[in-house]
Design a binder for this molecule. Structure first.
Ligand code: FAD
Length: 475
């Protein structure tokens, strides 16, 4: 860097999962980073004590892991140390809760249940250790002047102004940075609330034969009680509890408004969960834990010149049914920094106060990434249906089995959708495109095989599909 050049400075709004990891990436790029967070430092003991009723675990899969790995700080290893591997879904069927395991992928493939707070705290700890990151808590973004690189925060009863060369909004689904960006650019924007709310319940550990705490259910499964218009799910935590989430329409939550109605409802639909959660805890948490709303947001573009951009939920909130919101946000960071690398974006400000290549990189990122974010928002909506209903349908299960078998024999040609989304970093838009082609060919194969099967009776085997499957590999 010459004596006339200065180091570029980025202001990241929001020290949630995406903001904290992005701060680490920018710091490693050599930028000076100011990370602003509305809330108190979540690592403070008095804040930790107040976490009850918030979503405490998340499914971390390959896209998120890849971004953690690419930080160059072995963050993936650090986070996986305290993760619980989930190899399959366990579907609880009927009143008696008969259990059916449905593998997510091949034997060695699994997603990971991680503690949301621990993940965020680890990222903040690492950000704290990097000399070029300063974290400001209890700073509530009020407004920005993007042309001047100015951010105004409410801090207690004061207003404070900060300067930056690039403003990055990682301030979540209700992003104020996005609202400010909308005033500067012609942003296409669509949001949808689904008619489903969620409420979290805790399933405590049980005592095993040796008198030690143990999981109440098989911990290597994501448990689902699919009931068509509503469902209960349970994800394990490293402390041997499960966090259960009840998803159902707002009107049902409103109607089930007394202890007796709650118990009748659970006995009817989730009977096997009652002794595991415990009647007292169930009633107490059902009545006192908050009901969360679920929103899906698509927008584009994500940036204003080389001055400001949004990332993570601020750019694309999605319903949680694919377990991809954070994974997608983490992948945003990796894709953003790969795009910055591609355009040779360094940390130097030239004499005119510009970072060379930055605007071109943001133009490209915005166009390309929004296609993928929109794709996963759509897939997440689709998976709501899959989890609530399809997982018990014989046709769905047959298709899954067929896809799984074909994937085994032709691993590069036929890849189940869940595998592409959760176990690869294939672009989400490409995953949909491939899946559509696969579906077309599988449907064609199924239709044709009716007559062929009749003619040959048995033993058509997989080779029957081979020519067709090979022919889709060109896409
Ligand atoms: P957030 O986590 O919302 O963080 C935004 C931060 O910005 C917050 O810290 C907030 O305090 C701060 N902020 C907001 N406004 C301001 C302001 N004005 N000034 C300063 N700071 C501000 N994703 C997965 O990948 N896997 C899962 O299994 C999964 N399960 C989920 C289950 C549920 C029930 C829900 C609701 C979501 C789930 N998600 C999951 C999605 C995941 O939680 C989000 O995608 C992820 O938290 C987004 O991270 P973020 O940093 O972009 O936003």
């Amino acid at each position: 860097m010459s004596s006339t050049e200065k180091t570029a400075n980025v202001a990241i709004v929001g020290a949630g999962l995406v903001g904290a990891l992005n701060a680490i990436y920018f710091a490693k790029r050599g930028w000076k980073v100011d990370l602003f967070e509305l809330r108190k430092d979540m690592r403070l003991p008095e804040v930790k004590a107040n976490q009850r009723g918030k979503s405490i675990n998340l499914a971390l899969s390959e896209r998120g892991l890849s971004a953690l790995r690419n930080s160059g700080l072995d963050l993936d290893q650090l986070i996986l140390e305290a993760a619980v591997p989930l190899r399959a879904r366990m579907v609880h069927i009927g009143k008696e809760g008969r259990q059916m395991s449905q593998a997510y992928g091949k034997k060695d493939q699994h997603i990971n249940a991680v503690d949301r707070a621990r993940l965020n705290e680890e990222l903040l700890d690492i950000a704290d250790k990097l000399d070029n990151i300063t974290i400001y808590f209890e700073h509530n973004l009020l407004q920005t002047n993007m042309d001047k690189g100015e951010l105004i925060f409410t801090v207690g009863s004061e207003k404070k102004t900060y300067q930056s060369d690039l403003i990055v909004g990682a301030d979540g689904a209700y992003s104020r940075t996005r609202a400010q960006l909308m005033r500067r650019i012609r942003m296409d924007y669509a949001q949808e609330y689904i008619d489903t709310a969620y409420c979290e319940l805790t399933m405590p550990p049980i005592k095993n034969a040796g008198g030690e705490d143990d999981f109440a259910l098989d911990p290597n499964h994501l448990h689902i009680w699919p009931r068509h218009t509503f469902m209960l799910i349970a994800l394990p935590n490293p402390d041997k509890t499960f966090t259960c989430t009840l998803f159902m329409p707002f009107s049902m939550f409103e109607n089930i408004d007394s202890d007796s109605k709650v118990m009748d409802f659970f006995r009817e639909h989730f009977n096997d969960s009652i002794p595991l959660i415990g009647e007292k805890r169930l009633l107490q948490e059902y009545s006192s834990n908050p009901r969360g709303a679920l929103i899906s947001i698509k927008c584009k573009p994500y940036h204003y010149k080389d001055k400001a951009m949004i990332i993570g939920d601020a750019a694309h909130a999605m319903v949680p049914f694919y377990g991809q919101g954070m994974n997608c946000g983490f992948q945003d960071i990796q894709v953003l920094h790969e795009t910055l690398d591609k355009h040779n974006v360094g940390a130097e400000l030239s004499a005119d106060g510009k970072v060379s290549g930055l605007q071109k990189a943001l133009d490209e990122y915005s166009i390309e990434r929004s296609k993928d974010a929109h794709a996963i928002c759509d897939l997440a909506m689709y998976n709501h249906y899959e989890m609530q209903s399809a997982v018990t349908s014989p046709l769905y299960l047959a298709r899954k089995r067929l896809e799984g078998t074909l994937h085994h024999y032709f691993p590069k040609t036929v890849i189940p959708l869940y595998t592409m989304v959760s176990f690869t970093t294939i672009r989400y838009s490409e995953a949909i495109r491939r899946w559509n082609h696969q579906t077309w060919w599988l449907n064609a194969a199924a239709a044709t095989s009716v007559s062929v099967v009749a003619a040959t009776a048995v033993g058509l085997g997989l080779r029957y599909y081979e020519p067709m499957i090979k022919s889709i590999s060109k896409y």
